[in-house]
Design a protein around this ligand. Sequence first.
Ligand code: XMP
Length: 511
Amino acid sequence: MENSILILDFGSQYTQLIARKVRELGVYSEIYPYSVSYDDIVKANPKGIILSGSPSSVLDKDPPSVDRRLLDYGLPILGICYGMQLVSVMLGGQVGKSQNREYGKAELNILDNSSLLLQGIKNGSTIWMSHGDSVIRLPQGFKITAEADGGHMTAVEDTAKGIYAVQFHPEVAHTDEGKNILSNFIFKICGSDKNWNMKDFIESELRDLRNRCGGKKVALGVSGGVDSTALAVLSQKALGNDVTSIFVDNGLLRLGESEEVLDNLRNKLNLNIKFIDASALFLQRLKDIDSPEEKRKIIGRTFIEVFNAELSGFDFLIQGTLYPDVIESNPVKGPSQTIKTHHNRVSEVIELEKMGKIIEPFKFLFKDEVREVAALLNVPEGIRSRHPFPGPGMAVRIIGDVTPDKLAVLRQADRIFIDELKKSGWYGKIWQAFAVFLPVKSVGVMGDERAYGNVIALRAITSIDGMTADWAKLPYELLDAAANKIIRQIKEVNRVVYDVTSKPPATIEWE
Ligand code: XMP
């Protein structure tokens, strides 16, 4: 896209952060796998290119690389970490293994105040390092503009070629001046215009939807969460009553959720809703299934089947897929990122996509951008601030097979925990919280009796985007109140535990 910044992803855990930071600065940015062809990059016509970091080493055999022509193309390039090492070796410099892996905070020591990349950047500010290799000899034409502690080169440039590179990570919050450095690159060096904002995005999507689907019958799936609700409001705004929002109760929702969602969508937002109660079918298909991936696949397929049965007569299906789903389902390298099958990317959906019948207006948006869109579309605050809830619902929060009895226990426990979080003001401070039904029983004493009961795990996490997460340091009093109520009110449960694992190494959901 014109005026955009293109990010070539070499598999760094921080690549999405680069894109989000650039967008926060008001410039559209898109992530391409490093292997994209030179012609596709030229076709995209960006203002500049950022090369991400990587878990790989340029010293590996066949390291991930880019077409050499890119470096002579004349577009400004910013290499970050691996990106710096890659341009260095490609242009005749040398990279070696550092004696110690440099990980953590360091101090930026600016050597050249005339560098456009470093203009206005505070000398001595903190930068974040994470690398095992270092450039030991620069290519001809490059100069060092900043060093880190101990005199290591950490920012270099060849202004004649328009190539800039940093060894540290400007995209992470720990680099104090990171956003300003990225801002210097995209505005001062690339000359981008600040023209990415959600108001214009909405206008352009409304136009696109009208052009593509005007006068046609359109269906979309709605779950009551912020993404699909915003999408339904946007679509109905564009296409009026040609849009039907289909809400499927898969029997895996939280306590009272179905009624609440229907009330929100029908009565508060005046959406044209078709409600399908398919809970019996989902539960029957899930009977005796305890493999997490199997459960996800069954739910994904059943959902499509139920949905498809409603689709005859419709010309298009609109989906609320977000950018992280798109990136996660197309990992740069290897299987490591395909950790869980997201149910909106199962093969049936991909088939429909091939027939050109799927429209995904949010597929280039991050969650925080969708929340902004929702606010601009007057989606009520209660829906906008709702925690994310996975498509497979409580099935991935019941470890082992899913039964109506376990669902009933988990629903009550979940409600008690969420109510306590809301009462204490903690609900709005965290990304997500829920209860998990564990497949073990434990011994306890209740009254004078020895009890053998179920165990509920509580999980609450803080996160910016769900990609990484920290367990929430909830007050003991809050955990105590929730645990006591769960045990007092749910006779099947005699033990409550709190999950104190971050992501990574754990995922947010237990399955
Ligand atoms: P994990 O468990 O992968 O979760 O760390 C990251 C975020 O994604 C949600 N999640 C899903 N959402 N379909 C969804 O729509 C899914 O299959 C799915 N799996 C996980 C999860 O709740 C968390 O917010």
